[in-house]
Design a protein around this ligand. Structure first.
Ligand SMILES: C[S@@+](CC[C@H](N)C(=O)[O-])C[C@H]1O[C@@H](n2cnc3c(N)ncnc32)[C@H](O)[C@@H]1O
Length: 203
């Protein structure tokens, strides 16, 4: 309960903004794999948009506790035909023959240790013409304070925000996975002090 409260405080600004812009980038009727779907906070403001766009969303997350909250919202907004969530580690999950139009790392990529492996896996489950989309904060300059603080946020918030992502390291990962050429960056202004990026990559 308290965990969920703190989670909502941290992500209450960025999450609705990020998903709103994300939904503006996807085609109607897309099938979406949301990696790190969390507690489904975005549904509170965007449930109508999910219906309007006739999206199919498969959410996966390591935390059953957050998924419990998410399932409640799916039910509350009558989205059980369009959205389902599972307690899975993306890296270990077997998606069988399923392919997705969109693979969305919704602030989960910085938490994944094997990032190169995650990119390969995401590529393999993309439908032809599909896209990978990332939402995350990104540092262009050396940020020692953030480097120190970010991994420790999980101790005060119970949400793991992973480590600082530097643009250069991220660009190298995309280049190594042969995805850099098609990457398009969209800035997300959260407030005057905070911004994040939505990065769209053609698979
Ligand atoms: C910062 S939260 C973001 C939640 C939500 N997508 C949002 O934007 O508000 C990141 C989520 O990614 C999940 N996560 C981290 N690594 C994961 C993995 N390997 N597989 C699935 N979920 C993962 C965490 O459990 C956490 O709920």
């Amino acid at each position: 309960m308290i965990d969920n409260l703190v989670y909502n405080l941290f992500l209450s600004k960025l999450t609705p903004l990020a998903y709103k812009q994300f939904f503006d980038l996807v085609e109607p009727k897309s099938s979406i794999l949301d990696i790190g779907v969390g507690n489904g906070l975005m549904l509170k403001t965007l449930h109508k948009r999910v219906k309007e766009l006739e999206l199919t969303i498969h959410g996966v997350d390591l935390s059953e506790k957050y998924l419990k909250q998410c399932r409640k919202l799916i039910k509350k907004y009558d989205l059980t035909k369009q959205m389902r969530v599972e307690n899975l580690d993306f890296l270990a999950a077997d998606f069988g023959e399923t392919k997705y139009d969109i693979v969305f790392f919704s602030q989960s990529f910085p938490l994944i240790d094997d990032k190169a492996g995650a990119l390969e896996k995401a590529k393999a489950i993309l439908a032809p013409g599909g896209k990978m989309i990332f939402c995350q904060t990104m540092q262009s300059d050396h940020a020692p304070v953030m480097e120190f603080i970010k991994p420790k946020l999980k101790y005060v918030s119970t949400i793991d925000f992973g480590r600082v992502t530097y643009e250069t390291a991220y660009e190298k990962l995309l280049a190594d996975a042969k995805l850099k050429e098609s990457a398009r960056h969209h800035l997300l202004k959260v407030n005057k002090d905070a911004e994040a990026m939505l990065i769209v990559v053609e698979g």
